[in-house]
Design a protein around this ligand. Structure first.
Ligand SMILES: Nc1ncnc2c1ncn2[C@@H]1O[C@H](COP(=O)(O)OP(=O)(O)OP(=O)(O)O)[C@@H](O)[C@H]1O
Ligand SMILES: [Mg+2]
Length: 797
């Protein structure tokens, strides 16, 4: 860190500014340069004795050579303590407590770590890559490194922790609160945990795009749209797929499309456009590079889709990362999020780096800027997001080359000890992974106590399997395993998981089936956020917000909900007017059905009322509460399910917390954070049921990999596409979540329930072929009448 090196220069010039009796060991020096540095550290003017004390402590901590935080106190202080009515004694006393505390914190951050781990925590500046297997403490040291950088004086706003997957972000957030607070202590750690940017790359990119839309040809108020299906299989009315479908229907494109031997559908067109975008190509480049007629049509659809986005002022979530990079490229000094006015380099830290795609790596490098203070930790054995464009080669090779070219050689550190899993589990994982093509053997060393258990079971039906799993869990909980120390994992969401959830309910074991449920997935909360969004900028083109309001405030269960939304969208799009006007016009349009007119009138009225609500001048929680309580909006009365009520209460409580950490925080910032804030609320002590992909980075005492059948794990469709290695990594990630015990369960048959209620039985082909590679014997023929029986081995696959 260039700035720390400067600060550690022992030649402090000048005379002591204040002639005061200071406690032993504290020397005050007047140093004109220091004042400038302090000002850079703390752009906000210090006002209170606490402010001054924190300033001073920062300086003293930053002062000692080599960042040895345990050194005696030396350092400089400007004459700023003579300002105003500040009581110097109080300042000194307070600064000393903070300083003492921090001097303890430095060694505490390194305590118990191996040499390699310590090197990660203490790494100075420039790029760093840490490669190590599961349970080796990658996330652990990343969190400690955050503490280290904060102690070393890196301002909170100059630290960005960004990961590709939400799961990794949640993992780090959880640990920050747990670990950093006791170590770094004091208000600043709380502040750090609350204000530190720990976020997904998507959320970060979204923030940059929303702040600087003009750079990429969009306008203020840009809305981010994404292709997502909801639980009931419906799609959003404003989904990219609908826009793509409209583009495909354009006469010129439709004609070309029909001439193809295999014409594009909206779905296939969307997939292919996504593929082209992933290669980093714009529409014109795609057109120029088109090799086949299909390529040409795809490029034209891409271009049309881009135009629709520009016109409607929306951006596809899949384009957000590239858009953010483009904005930083255009003018880094304008990107508010990077605090360009502060001279410190930005420090970017990322976990699970093997899951990055080209675009994401590009964005991380741009965020870090020329100093390239980019710390990445990851494990290529755990790369399981290939289907989303992740490429582990970027982390293991390309990153190093980029650093080299930039004249900032990469420091690489390896760690070989596994602190999480008992030996049997560590070795089972390694046996499995030795079947990977072209992988060099590793020799992980288990540090954890206990030998560990690994068992595999095959049942006749998924009902029997679920029954067994529930009994095992109930038994474990009865024997003292906290529910939060149990993970039930599956490759994809299956009926088996549903049966297990039902079974746990029946056993009275607390569980949670979808931890990462996003705020945006509940209609009620979504509507509220849209309303908040509408309030933040009264000049927004409002069609999207209105659409959401319409969706939410019309009856959730009405079958014509989407057609209403569609009518509104069409009206807003064709009339190119503000949405309110479009909706009001729709309410009187002769050519509409009475039902549509009525709905439009109702929504138009609501929208008009929304515009009259408390403005952004009010404190965030008041605005949120006012919205919820406005009877005309009917948010409370229309919240039907208990989930809706919980979400509303969550939003309110986040708003209050937000006010505490960000007293003058803006509504806009609040809404952009809300989704993430809600997702990382600390969990209760519950059994967690989830997909393997969603628990990346997590750990638990007992891990049950359920539904591990021949056709599910490896997933048959993925194997057909040549991804057996990635499937094996999925199994590896699942296994290695466990500290003490792993159960892998499967069934001969499983049933699927069709929407109409009819069920079909499917033969699964038996247990996962990975069991043989792991070398775990398969148990069957359990006596289910007794809990947790010792099984008899009937077959070794
Ligand atoms: N030096 C250490 N001493 C004791 N415990 C440690 C040490 N380092 C890490 N741990 C503990 O080991 C466990 C695994 O660490 P962590 O989750 O950071 O591993 P990881 O490398 O991130 O794993 P994954 O690849 O699965 O994400 C955690 O419970 C962590 O607290
Ligand atoms: Mg980790």
């Amino acid at each position: 860190m260039a700035d720390l090196d400067e600060l550690s220069d022992p030649t402090i010039v000048g005379e002591p500014a204040i002639d005061r009796q200071l406690p032993d060991g504290v020397e005050l020096h007047y140093d004109p340069d220091t004042e400038a540095r302090l000002a850079a550290h703390h752009p906000d003017d210090p006002q209170t004795p606490e402010d001054y004390a924190a300033l001073w402590a920062d300086l003293v901590i930053a002062g000692p050579a080599d960042h040895e935080l345990g050194q005696p106190l030396t350092g400089g202080l400007t004459d700023l303590v003579t300002f105003g009515d500040i009581d110097l004694d109080a300042v000194v006393a307070q600064a000393l407590t903070i300083t003492d505390y921090r001097q303890d914190a430095g060694p505490a951050l390194l305590a118990g770590l191996t040499d390699a781990q310590q090197r990660v925590v203490r790494h100075d500046s420039g790029p760093l890559a840490v490669t190590a297997g599961p349970g080796s403490g990658k996330t652990h040291v990343l969190v400690r490194r955050i503490g280290w950088l904060l102690l070393a004086g890196v301002p909170i706003e100059k630290l960005i922790v960004a990961t590709f997957a939400r799961a990794a972000t949640l993992e780090i957030r959880g640990r920050l609160h747990q670990q950093l607070e006791p170590l770094v202590g004091h208000g600043r750690a709380r502040e750090a945990a609350a204000n530190l940017k720990v976020t997904t790359l998507h959320a970060l990119a979204r923030e940059i795009v929303i702040e600087h839309p003009e750079t990429i040809g969009l306008r203020p108020g840009v809305a981010i749209i994404s292709h997502q299906e909801h639980d009931h299989g419906e799609e959003d009315a404003y989904s990219p797929l609908r826009f793509i479908a409209a583009v495909l229907e354009h006469p010129a494109i439709a004609e070309l499309n029909q001439e193809l031997s295999d014409p594009l559908t909206p779905q296939s067109a969307y997939r292919q456009v996504a593929e082209v975008r992933r290669q980093g190509l714009g529409p014109d480049e795609a057109l120029a590079n088109a090799q086949t007629r299909t390529d040409t049509v795809v490029a034209l659809v891409y271009r049309g889709y881009r135009q629709v986005q520009r016109r409607l002022n929306v951006l596809d979530l899949d384009e957000v990362i590239a858009a953010a990079s483009a904005i930083i490229d255009a003018d880094r000094s304008q990107v508010r999020l990077l605090h360009p006015e502060d001279p410190h380099p930005v420090h970017v830290l990322t976990d699970e780096a093997q899951d990055l795609s080209v675009e994401q790596l590009r964005l991380l490098i741009r965020l870090a800027g020329p100093e390239l203070c980019l710390s990445m930790v990851g494990d290529t054995d755990q790369a399981i997001f290939g289907f989303q464009g992740a490429d582990p080669d970027l982390f293991s090779r390309v990153f190093g080359e980029i650093c080299q070219q930039a004249g900032k050689p990469l420091t690489t550190i390896e760690m070989t000890h596994n602190f999480r899993s008992a030996n049997a589990i560590v070795q089972a994982g390694e046996r499995l992974m030795r079947h990977q093509t072209g992988r060099a053997p590793r020799n992980p060393v288990a540090v954890a106590n206990g030998s560990g258990h690994l068992h595999a079971y095959l049942f006749g039906s998924d009902e029997e399997e679920a029954d067994f799993v529930c009994r095992e869990i109930a038994h474990a909980v009865d024997s003292g395993t906290p529910p939060g120390e149990i993970l039930v994992l599956s490759r994809i969401r299956t009926r088996t998981m549903q049966l297990i959830a039902d079974g746990l309910q029946a056993h009275g074991v607390p569980y949670e089936a979808k931890r990462t449920q996003r705020l945006s997935q509940t209609a009620m909360a979504r509507g509220l956020v849209a309303l908040l969004g509408a309030l933040t900028d009264p000049h927004d083109p409002r069609w999207l917000n209105a659409l959401l309001i319409g969706l939410v405030l019309t009856n959730k269960h009405r079958h014509d909900r989407h057609s209403i939304a569609q009518d509104i969208t069409d009206a807003a799009m064709t009339q190119r007017t503000t949405t309110t006007a479009a909706i009001l016009a729709l309410g009187h349009a002769e050519n509409q059905t009475p039902g549509t007119r009525r709905n439009a009138q109702q929504i138009g009225e609501l929208l008009t009322q929304t515009l009259a609500l408390p403005s952004t001048a009010h404190a965030v929680p008041q605005v949120v509460k006012a919205l919820i309580d406005t009877p005309q909006l009917g948010i409370r009365t229309r919240a039907r399910s208990s989930e809706d009520h919980t979400r509303l209460n969550d939003i309110l409580s986040v708003a209050w917390t937000y006010r505490e950490v960000r007293p003058g925080g803006s509504l806009r910032e609040f809404t952009s954070r809300l989704d993430d804030e809600l997702a990382h609320r600390p969990d209760n002590d519950v059994v967690r049921l989830d997909s393997i992909h969603a628990v990346k980075g997590a750990e638990a005492s007992l891990v049950i990999v359920a539904g591990a059948t021949k056709d599910m794990l490896p997933l048959a469709s993925s194997v057909r596409e040549g991804n057996l290695d990635e499937e094996r990594r999925v199994m590896f990630v699942g296994l290695t979540r466990a500290k003490d015990r792993v159960l892998i369960t499967s069934s001969e048959t499983t049933r699927t329930t069709k929407p109409g209620g009819a069920t079909t039985t499917r033969r699964t082909g038996g247990a996962s072929s990975f069991l043989r590679e792991i070398g775990v014997p398969l148990h069957a023929g359990l006596d289910l009448s007794a809990p947790s029986t010792t099984p008899t081995t009937v077959e070794t696959p």
